[in-house]
Design a protein around this ligand. Structure first.
Ligand code: ADP
Ligand code: MG
Length: 387
């Protein structure tokens, strides 16, 4: 079932706010951050709804997913995406260039894109800066340029990534305040970790201080209704009522894949003559904990020390700090019943990050990657504590 449920109206509204902000939305000129848990449809929404809506208004959109290739640095992924788009623009046929300018409401002009700098050294020492390059795109296109960085929080975990964000901020500050600018450079980021994305916009001296941070609008009742409708059109008989299905979708953290799994189980395992509305909630609850189990199994395989460190992070109010302190080492020792030296923690923390169970959120600060997993961990601990 690979149908995408689209939300064109929501996308149009967001695109308009970004490209033509009212006085109250001026903060969007500093950037927009969309946050929300993993697997709830952020990427799908960007690719299927928001990008087309922005392009319909004549914007040039550059998209890059920092999760697309964990082996490559965020900075080089971003640079490559920009280069690729610029090279694509240079080879656009005249009709496409005219269409772009018409959509943007700009003077059509005769010329296409021709950049006076080398693309292969763009953003590197000796090459054109991102500010120069993006400024050229705005001027030659006579329109707005939107750079969308999916899972942008990966950029703040390395020095190089932070430098990249600063270069993008420099680009924004160089392009947008020009009195007769023909367009703006806008930055949109998403992140699967709300606190971290919040951090990106709130920290002073961070590249996107002042940017607007909003929660990704999760799929809602209408999506569930659409799913049920498709099921009945395909002749599925085990149909729950809309209200019960919506509840199940909430239990499953608004994750479409999990919801489809739940409906499949309902279809294939519902005993004849029984009530779908009674079974779906049970299935949803089971699936919910299975999803966390898969993650927690990875943790188990990393061993006792990893589990103790994970527990320290998961139990912290807000971000965990001091993972490498004497105090922490004493707690790990107590938890696993042998003496743990401070220097043993670092390699294990690295492994926890490599499996994406935890993430670094700043200097010496760590958090659980998936808040859903953290919630399950805490719930179970609370239950064990009562036994
Ligand atoms: N609007 C939608 N309609 C149908 N399926 C969706 C929709 N949004 C997300 N999904 C499905 O949910 C899964 C997770 O979506 P994704 O966009 O990768 O989430 P995120 O970027 O938030 O991690 C994908 O398998 C995707 O096909
Ligand atoms: Mg995504």
């Amino acid at each position: 079932m690979s149908y995408v449920y689209k939300r064109p109206e929501l996308a149009r509204q967001m695109a308009r706010q970004l490209l033509h902000p009212s006085v109250l939305d001026e903060g969007l000129r500093s950037g927009l951050f969309l946050s929300g848990l993993r697997r709830i449809g952020k990427t799908t929404f960007l690719l299927n709804d928001l990008i087309p809506a922005l392009e319909d208004l004549g914007a040039i959109v550059i998209y890059v997913d920092l999760w697309s290739d964990p082996q490559r640095s965020p900075a080089s992924l971003i640079r490559d995406a920009i280069r690729e788009k610029l090279s694509e623009l240079e080879s656009l046929p005249a009709t496409a260039v005219r269409k772009l300018r018409r959509l943007a409401g700009a003077d059509i002009g005769a010329l296409g894109f021709k950049f006076g700098f080398k693309l292969d050294t763009l953003g590197e020492p000796g090459g054109a800066t991102l500010a120069q390059a993006l400024g050229e795109v705005v001027d030659q296109g006579r329109t707005d340029v939107v750079l969308i960085v999916d899972e942008v929080q990966h950029a703040i975990t390395s020095e190089e990534g932070n430098q990249m964000l600063l270069a993008l901020k420099a680009a924004r500050d160089a392009i947008n305040p020009r009195p007769n600018t023909l367009g703006h450079f806008l930055f949109v980021g998403t992140g699967s970790h709300r606190a971290l994305v919040g951090e990106l916009t709130a920290r002073r001296n961070q590249a996107f201080t002042g940017a607007t941070s909003v929660a990704y609008p999760v799929l809602d009742k209408e999506y569930v209704a659409y799913l049920l409708q498709r099921l009945s059109a395909e002749g599925f008989t085990a149909q729950p009522s809309l209200d019960v299905a919506v509840k199940a979708f909430q239990t499953l953290g608004h994750r479409p894949e999990e919801m489809i799994k739940a409906l499949r189980q309902l279809h294939f395992h519902l005993p004849p003559g029984s009530n779908p509305d009674e079974h779906l909630p049970v299935i949803a609850n089971t699936l919910r904990s299975t999803a966390a189990d898969i993650e927690l199994m990875k943790l188990e395989q990393l061993g006792g020390l990893a589990t103790a460190i994970f527990d320290r992070i998961a139990s912290a109010e807000g971000d965990a700090r001091g993972l490498f302190s004497a105090d922490a080492a004493a707690a790990y020792s107590k938890a696993i019943g042998r003496e743990v030296k401070v220097e043993e923690a670092q390699p294990v923390v690295n492994e926890l990050m490599a499996t994406n169970l935890i993430m670094r959120k700043g200097h010496g600060l760590y958090g659980i990657t998936d808040p859903f997993v953290q919630e399950m961990w805490r719930e179970r601990k609370a239950i064990e504590g009562k036994l």
